[in-house]
Design a protein around this ligand. Structure first.
Ligand SMILES: [Zn+2]
Ligand SMILES: [Zn+2]
Ligand SMILES: [Zn+2]
Ligand SMILES: [Zn+2]
Length: 127
């Protein structure tokens, strides 16, 4: 099936060039983004709004939207809250505030530490 996706046109510029990255869009269909810089920039913008919409949906369904390496938790959120009991107790590794995600850094040693909405680890100097 891989060969077929090679001939998919880029969703943004319609170029049928080989290579690029396959992703599933809001319409749940497979799309392709080529390696051109502006196509990748558009895709990045779009996919961050996808995760925003996903979060809003989970919020409305009262499901926990704590994000770990495998995606959103989706357990039942505590009454009036947006996270499950388990994740409500996670504290940001940087500021000690409520954590909403883990650091997805994968390296010599995986990070996995909880972080709030705003903080992130750079891991620039890690091996
Ligand atoms: Zn393109
Ligand atoms: Zn949770
Ligand atoms: Zn923080
Ligand atoms: Zn980290």
């Amino acid at each position: 099936m891989m060969a077929q996706t090679d001939y998919m046109p880029c969703t943004y510029c319609n170029s049928r060039e080989h290579g690029g990255e396959i992703f599933s869009g809001l319409d749940k269909q497979l799309h392709k983004v080529c390696w051109k810089e502006d196509c990748r920039a558009k895709h990045k913008r779009e996919s961050s709004s996808v995760s925003f919409q996903e979060k809003m949906k989970l919020k409305m369904l009262h499901k926990c939207y704590y994000e770990d390496f495998y995606g959103y938790c989706e357990s039942k959120a505590v009454k009036g809250g947006t996270l499950c009991i388990d994740h409500l107790t996670r504290r940001c590794d940087m500021c000690g505030g409520q954590a909403f995600k883990i650091c997805k850094y994968r390296g010599y040693k995986d990070c996995n530490k909880p972080l709030c909405m705003l903080d992130f680890h750079s891991h620039k100097n890690d091996p």
